[in-house]
Write a protein of this length. Structure first.
Length: 271
C-alpha cells in the first residue's frame, strides 16, 4: 500500500521560513521573355498576399534538462533530468505561505526515492506539454526555451500536515538577476517572435474570411495585458525582459498551431 510521509520542520520564528518535506512513494521559376506581361494589379497582389507560414522551431526538453529553474526567477527550485521515455523531475521545492498565518512563509520540498516522471501530453497549444502526478499538487507545464510555464490554478496546493499552501503557477526560469547581460539577445528573440505573430495573424485572416480582424486585435491586446501581469514579479524583468520574451514565443507557438489547422490537409506548414 502506498504511503505518503510528510515531515514538518520546527515552528515559524519571526520572518523565518518554515520548511516541510513531502516524501513520495517510489515510482518508476522566372518568366520567359516572350511571355505576355502580367497586368499591373498582379504584381501588387503578390506583394500583399500572405506567404506560407513562417518557420517556427519550438524548444525541446533539452533546453531545460539539468538547469535549476526558479519560480519567477526568484524562489523555489525545479530541476529536470531526461529519462528513458519521459522527462523526469529530480527536485521540486515550492515556496508558499502558512495556512494558519498567511503573513508567514513556508516551503515544501517534494522528495521521491526515484525521479518523478513527467509524461508527455503532446503539444495542444503549440509547445511540448508534460504532466506529473504529484500528490496534493498535480503539475502541468509547457516547455519554453530554458523555462517552463505552469498555467494559473484556481486553488493553491494545500499540504495540511505542514500547515502550508503553495502554487506552482507562473514562469519557472533562470535566476533573474544575472540575465541583464543577455538583454540584447533576449530582445532579439522577442522581436523574432513578434514578427512571427504578425505574419501568422495575416495568414489566418487571409485563410479564414470569417476571422475578425478586430477579434484578433483584441486577443493580442488581452495577451499583452496578461503577459504584463504574469511577468511583473519576475526578478529584474524590467532590465532583461526574459519573461516577456518567453511569453511572446509561447503566443507565437499557439497562433502557429491555430494557423496550421486552417491549412488544407497535406499542405506544407514548415515554411
Amino acid at each position: 500500500m502506498k504511503r505518503l510521509l510528510l515531515v514538518f520542520a520546527a515552528a515559524v520564528l519571526g520572518c523565518g521560513v518554515a520548511e516541510a518535506q513531502l516524501t513520495l512513494p517510489s515510482a518508476v521559376g522566372s518568366t520567359a521573355a516572350d511571355a505576355p506581361a502580367k497586368p499591373p494589379h498582379a504584381k501588387k497582389s503578390h506583394k500583399t498576399s500572405p506567404a506560407k507560414l513562417s518557420p517556427l522551431a519550438t524548444p525541446g526538453a533539452d533546453s531545460i534538462v539539468g538547469k535549476p529553474l526558479l519560480q519567477n526567477g526568484r524562489a523555489g527550485q525545479l530541476l529536470f533530468s531526461s529519462g528513458d521515455k519521459a522527462l523526469q523531475i529530480d527536485k521540486l521545492t515550492l515556496p508558499g505561505e502558512v495556512v494558519s498565518d498567511p503573513k508567514q512563509k513556508c516551503r515544501i520540498d517534494i522528495v521521491s526515492e526515484t525521479p518523478i516522471e513527467a509524461e508527455s501530453q503532446g503539444a495542444p497549444d503549440g509547445l511540448q506539454r508534460y504532466s506529473a502526478n504529484i500528490p496534493a499538487c498535480p503539475l502541468v507545464f509547457d516547455v519554453l526555451d530554458g523555462a517552463v510555464l505552469v498555467p494559473a490554478q484556481t486553488t493553491a496546493c494545500v499540504f495540511q500536515a505542514a500547515d502550508c499552501q503553495a502554487s506552482p503557477s507562473g514562469l519557472w526560469g533562470p535566476d533573474g538577476a544575472p540575465l541583464e547581460k543577455d538583454a540584447k539577445a533576449i530582445a532579439k528573440a522577442r522581436a523574432r517572435a513578434e514578427a512571427v505573430i504578425a505574419r501568422t495573424i495575416r495568414f489566418m485572416q487571409a485563410r479564414d474570411k470569417g476571422a475578425s480582424g478586430a477579434g484578433l486585435t483584441r486577443e493580442q491586446t488581452d495577451f499583452a495585458s496578461e503577459r504584463d501581469d504574469l511577468c511583473h514579479d519576475y526578478v529584474s524583468e524590467a532590465r532583461h525582459g526574459f519573461c516577456a520574451a518567453r511569453m511572446t514565443e509561447a503566443r507565437a507557438a499557439l497562433l502557429r498551431k491555430r494557423a496550421e489547422e486552417l491549412q488544407p490537409k497535406g499542405a506544407d506548414s514548415s515554411h
